[in-house]
Design a protein around this ligand. Structure first.
Ligand code: ZN
Ligand code: ZN
Length: 166
């Protein structure tokens, strides 16, 4: 039987983590790894101890910023990176798995933290209906490897079809 690669395992975990998000519009999960070990995880949402969008705004949804995103939430990548930094984990050279490709703001942070590789499941541009994945373009331009997740041959990535949010 074929063994799943770490890419398969960590992307599946990122999808599972996205289910923990309290944001109403988008639910995104992230796993930060180094040398194939997990150093941090995250999902999008307001900082711990502030709001739970689905509980506080069940009718109207998250308060939106000018681009239509939740104005309170830290993005999944930000939560994962901040936790690692706060705890003194070495982030340089890490690989980030994320269920939605990074927005431009997250891309700047990913680059600054010297994360080496990003694996994403869904396209942020497609989700937003905008022509260009500017976060992906930015990262590639400045030497960060960015790849769209492809399940290993023989690995049944049932979690991809199962995502109702994107
Ligand atoms: Zn929200
Ligand atoms: Zn972002």
């Amino acid at each position: 039987m074929k063994k799943p690669r770490f890419d398969d395992i960590y992307m599946e975990l990122a999808v599972n983590l996205s289910r923990r998000s309290h944001c109403i519009k988008a639910q995104v999960g992230a796993v930060l790894t180094r040398d194939t070990r997990i150093i941090s995880i995250g999902y999008n949402g307001p900082p711990a101890g502030t709001h739970n969008c689905d509980e506080e705004f069940p009718e109207v949804g998250c308060p939106r910023d000018s681009k239509g995103s939740c104005s309170l939430a830290l993005h999944a990548e930000q939560n994962a990176i901040l936790y690692a930094a706060k705890n003194g984990s070495m982030v340089e050279g890490a690989t980030l798995f994320v269920t939605l490709s990074p927005c431009i703001a997250c891309a700047r942070i990913i680059y600054s933290m010297k994360i080496a590789r990003v694996v994403f499941l869904h396209s942020y541009a497609r989700y937003k209906g905008i022509p260009l994945d500017e976060g992906v373009e930015f990262l590639r331009k400045f030497g960060v490897e960015v790849v769209s997740y492809q399940p290993s041959e023989g690995f049944e990535a049932a979690f991809i079809q199962g995502d109702p949010h994107l």
